[in-house]
Design a protein around this ligand. Sequence first.
Ligand code: BT5
Length: 319
Amino acid sequence: MKDKILRELYEKKGQYISGEELSEKYQVSRTAIWKHMNALKKEGYVIETTHKKGYKLIESSGKLIPEALKRDLNTVEIGNKIIYFDTIDSTNNYSKRIAKDAAHGTVIISEEQSGGRGRLGRNWISPKGEGIWMSIVLKPDIPPTEGMKMTQIAAAAVCNAIRGVTGLEAFIKWPNDLVVNGKKVCGILTEMAGELTRIDYLIVGIGINANNESFLEEFQHIATSLAKEKGEKVDRKTLILHLLKEFEGLYEDYINQGTLEKTLAIIRNYSAVLGKSILVIRGEQQLKATVLGIDEEGLLEVKYEDGKRELLMSGEVSI
Ligand code: BT5
């Protein structure tokens, strides 16, 4: 009911809607409508109320409005269903809970994550309303060995979306980070469930620091936000719409062609590591290497100091 009311408010495009109209339409009392309005206000929506005219949603409330996202999203499958939370432990965790019954392309977004996760059990800081904390549930008919390609597709999609929407020069730090001016603005966590030969579902978790104003001291030298780098706030809705559209295009290209062609062009063009000297981190070990290329499968080709070459499938690199 609350979501329906939010949609009604949104569709009025800044005009008033009366409590009476809503109560008649949904066959609930005006007190019930008033209670839902209060609940929405508590969640942070700015709603103007006057006795005579009713309720009006102030667009600049800064919150994402799922109905507005759905309406303006120009994709075929990705984001057909959007599930939105004010707060959740982790959008990836939630996705796992519903994935079995969820449609391919379902998108889960939360204003805040209380237990946002990075790789290998690390934390992902996800403060309320500041970033894009989002997961996409995918059900492709591909072998599990191909699953990690989703990270590359997502990285390419985020990179193009950030560049297109903000004009910032975002680069991809293989395999799952995006950096602006050398600091991390986005991390991607792809998780998979299935059997050895078959994928049940994939979850692509994307965390983008859109409008974070500050970071804990320990992260200040490694993390930044798009707003900090640009000097002005970024419209999260526009960024999400671009991102999902880009993602769908690259994903479909991969599924239809069976190759990563379009994705590779982006991740090579905007690579933060190609041709650079890096450290390949393996547990306690750090090995100096030069990045020779990104191969057709999205793997990183490196050459160590002793001349040995290796193709990295995943892992940690430091510039
Ligand atoms: C990642 O892991 O970069 C993957 C992050 C994925 C987050 C999304 S948000 C939506 C979805 N739901 C989830 O629960 N997760 C996904 P990794 O490469 O392991 O990097 C984690 C490291 O990045 C941490 O150990 C910190 O050092 C740093 N970090 C934590 N929060 C950060 C932030 N907001 N911005 C930049 N760096 C951060």
